[in-house]
Design a protein around this ligand. Sequence first.
Ligand code: ASP
Ligand code: MG
Length: 418
Amino acid sequence: MRVFKFGGASVSSIDRIKQVAHILRNESNLLVVISAMGKTTNALEKVAEQFYAGYRDEALALFKQVKDQHINTAKYLLVTEYLACEQALINFFTEVEWLLYDKPVRHFDYYYDQIVCIGELLSTCIVSAFLNEEKISNKWIDVRDVFRTDDLFRDATIDWAFTQQKVDELVKPLLAQNRIVVTQGFIGATDENESTTLGREGSDYSAAIFANMLDADYQAIWKDVAGVMNADPKKYPNAELIPVLNYNEVIEMAYYGAQVIHPKTIKPLQNKGIPLYVKCFLDPSLPGTVIHYKPIPALPPIIVLKESQVLLHLKSKDFSFVGEHSVLQLYKLFEQLAFRPNLTQNGAISFTCCLDDRSEKLEQLALAAADFFDVTVEKGLRLLTIRHYVPEIIATLVAQQKIVLQQQTPETVQLVLH
Ligand code: ASP
Ligand code: MG
């Protein structure tokens, strides 16, 4: 069997959903994981933010746009399957609306997950109904009945043993009885049936978990690009396709923030030696990129740029060394807040870390760290990482920008730029 994953961009319009059906027309023995449509996750994030800030009417108005978009898409695509699909969509809308009429009493991440998870449920309902309408018979399942997680909302961890058992009990029989099983990425549920999410772009990871647990022959991720590129083509017009990669390189790229694949995706595949194909859904005849465990030829420089970064400068209050104890305290904070630095630098009496500019988390971290450090925050930065670099490329990419911090190994250079 195989696992296919379609990202938000592959289901962002009527034509694209039709293209998904085209790709699946002759498939069988397949599990399909689908993301929320287009920018739905971002839109739902805004709903959650407005709700949590106490702006119920704004939250409801924003949510109405999401509803209308999905109803309209379903109307365009469906005839015989429309009414059943509409009913399923309305049930999911109602779940969210009930919550929006409440007052927030728990922390933000909890509400975020209850609201944002709806995006994948809506998209998969519509695509599954459309496939049925096209006589591509398939079975839709709610992945929250399969993926059990802890309650670290927005960054939930899979309960591997429980989930494997559910995959064996529920998913394997369905795959035996149906040509295609359609389900969601990115989401799961706690043992109290609260929805959770696995971190932004988490659908690749969901698909890899399925591939691992189902012993897939391979996983394919269908994207709106030709394959894995050595840089983001939107930012670097000279970006080139990399036809063959291995797990090692990809896990490093993802770790440094390359948007190609969710960082957690590789481990479940590597552990079972399952190859990963990154394919272009606009033109399935293109070879794309294959990622496997074998050695690979020399690679071009691989460029990863992370925008909206901050540097948190921590200095010991009384000129004492920043030793194991205070570093340990800091790492405990990173873990508690589920807020990990993208780069750290340790000095005698200072510790600097580069983080994503997420104001809520940043504030909490700075406040807690102020107990044992003098804290200053430097904003408006970007983090540039180049693997397999050559001096010329550093010079070109840094150009007029000010280097605030630099770290270098023979393989990788990282620069915090202003
Ligand atoms: N829909 C989620 C997101 O946009 C998960 C995913 O697409 O992988 O982050
Ligand atoms: Mg996506």
